[in-house]
Design a protein around this ligand. Sequence first.
Ligand code: SF4
Ligand code: MG
Length: 311
Amino acid sequence: AEIILQVENVKKYFKVGKKDLKAVDGVSFNLEKHRSLGIVGESGSGKSTLARLILGLIPPTEGDVKLLGKSVFKVTKSENYHLRRQVQMVFQNPYLSLFPHMTIGKNIEEPLRLHNIGTKQTRKSIVLNLMEQVGIPHYYYNSFPHELSGGQQQRVAIARALALEPQLIIFDEPVSSLDVSIQAQILNLLLELKKEKNLSYIFIAHDLAVVEYVSDLIAVMYLGVLVEFAQTEDLLNEPLHPYTQTLLKSVPVIGGEILNITISGEIPSPLNPPSGCPFHPRCSYKKEICTKEKPILKEIKEGHSIACHLY
Ligand code: SF4
Ligand code: MG
């Protein structure tokens, strides 16, 4: 299948005083068209920074990101305009991401207008069609964002992201600010849209139960690096990295009870990362080499990669 996204050893360090905060510290993967990739990690693992790098919103310290074969960091102004059409983002807080003084209709229409697509009339019919696709009744066309519930607002944000028919959509924690009962509805909407529109997307969350539900592939992120990458089924049936294993033990069931197993210890600060394997202070399998050498991500079975000295 066609590869739409190539992430090549991308790094992003932020200067904090005299120190480097290594938010993303060498991430590589490819994503094929029509596939959905879930990126799961605790807060501070670098997920959102990685998303901003993929969108070309911040320059990398090192490495590259290519969308449809073109670096998102080396684009001319007109290429950038084109690129902005190809990748869209849906954020955690839908209310903050919508224009509060614009109607629902205008919010969804905005990217079409910015990209000079259609006439006023044809844009209106595109918008009404998008509203149907995301389950927002037409009578909300002239309503304002504050008149809608959080779940409905997120549907509107999704409709707006779909408007330009992008090649890739990045969802950054799109359900974490919503009630649990609403979360499942939004996730089901994503699954429907994926099937109907052959969407390619990246879904970022701290909750593995949410990620596994909507992703063909899962990347597990820890302190700026990927520690495991596999097809969702393989990762769930045979989690290989000790961190993934602990994550799976602490997975809450969607809409159900949260099992009371947690990983011992907090995630260390990316400003002061552990030597060697970043997971070693919390790992019950650690060996001597683990405190000294940083393991690199290796494919050990077809499509299943892991960064751990046990393998
Ligand atoms: Fe644990 Fe060592 Fe593997 Fe890191 S490399 S996860 S410390 S066994
Ligand atoms: Mg985040």
